[in-house]
Design a protein around this ligand. Structure first.
Ligand code: SF4
Length: 326
């Protein structure tokens, strides 16, 4: 179980899956929260209180779902994170944002992470990365989002899940066009209770995943795009995650394990009930947005300045070695 010292703010990212609902139906989705009855979300007051606590504790808060843009007060939630001085990241399928949305939210959005699994509409459709009626998003829509976000000072990132259905695909042209600051490649992973129905057929072997990564790294050698690969064993236990009911959870053992509600027992007590491995987090460069290049600017402000209240190197070092049983 996890135990970290208690600095003012930790150079770590909290991933708040604050909403269960999604308008897409990706067959591999490991954040369906199918094990949560109904469509639970915290009441607004609790949602904002918990968000503020996470923002006071972490250098960056990533708002994720489900699909976060389905929540009508998402702009206010982003504002709440910024008001506490943390960086904001939004992970979205891109279906419900446009130029006007980016314009309205640019001041409170540091990173926009778009999830795209293929340039091919057929493959996206095959994966379920499509709206209920089967409609996929166009390459033009994605590239407009990326260009317009960048124009407003938002750092663009890209997530792709590698499965048996897109493992032979070639994304290089689209990725060059999108020009994300970072392209994260995730090996589709079985998470018991989340994606049991299709995942056995969708999970690529490690060799197949590595081949996809190597092929695209080769193709993008000349670009400045940072390609980050996360095989299953790297993903598990390396993310700090909070579920729609306001509980920490981990998938270190291949299924979701939940803490008690953070607002009931406190953030430290809840965090101690789940597994998080800081070594893995750093090995996958989980802190790259604010640690590796502190002189970079986001929204006109040095990342290093924003993170000025973060954990000291000594405390971070300690954090790496305070996991129980190590
Ligand atoms: S868009 Fe994201 S949250 Fe929605 S089904 Fe796909 S992977 Fe899951």
């Amino acid at each position: 179980m996890s135990s970290l010292p208690a600095p003012a703010r930790r150079r770590l990212t909290a991933n708040f899956h604050f909403i269960k609902s999604c308008n897409f139906r990706c067959d591999y989705c490991y954040a369906t929260f199918a094990d949560l009855v109904g469509r639970p979300v915290l009441p607004d007051e609790q949602l904002f209180e918990l968000t503020r606590r996470l923002a006071r504790r972490h250098t960056k808060v990533t708002l994720v779902g489900g699909e976060p843009t389905l929540y009508r007060r998402l702009p206010d939630l982003l504002g709440a994170v910024k008001a506490e001085g943390a960086l904001t990241n939004l992970v979205t399928n891109g279906s419900r944002i446009d130029v006007a949305w980016l314009q309205a939210n640019a001041a409170n959005l540091d990173f926009l992470t778009i999830s795209i699994d293929s340039a091919s509409a057929d493959i996206q459709h095959l994966l379920g990365r499509a709206a209920h009626g089967g409609k996929t998003l166009s390459v033009e829509h994605y590239t407009t989002l990326a260009d317009e976000a960048r124009r407003r000072g938002i750092v663009v990132k890209l997530n792709t899940v590698v499965t048996t259905r897109n493992q032979r695909d070639d994304m290089a042209d689209l990725v060059r066009r999108l020009a994300p600051e970072r392209w994260k490649l995730l090996q589709a992973a079985p998470v018991e209770g989340q994606n049991d129905r299709f995942i056995a057929d969708l999970t690529p072997t490690r060799d197949e995943f590595d081949e996809y990564v190597a092929r695209h790294r080769d193709a993008l050698t000349e670009s400045e795009i940072r390609v980050v690969d996360e095989p299953i064993d790297m993903i598990r236990g390396s993310y700090i995650m909070v579920d729609p009911l306001g509980r920490f959870f981990d998938s270190a053992d291949g299924t979701h394990r939940y803490s008690d509600p953070i607002l009931d027992v406190g953030i430290d007590a809840a965090f101690a009930q789940v597994e998080f491995d800081p070594d893995k987090f750093h090995a996958r460069a989980g802190d790259a947005d604010y640690a590796a290049r502190p002189d970079d600017t986001v929204g006109g402000v040095r990342v290093g300045e924003r993170a000025s209240t973060t954990t000291s190197p000594a405390a971070l070092e300690l954090a790496r070695y305070t996991l129980e049983g190590r």
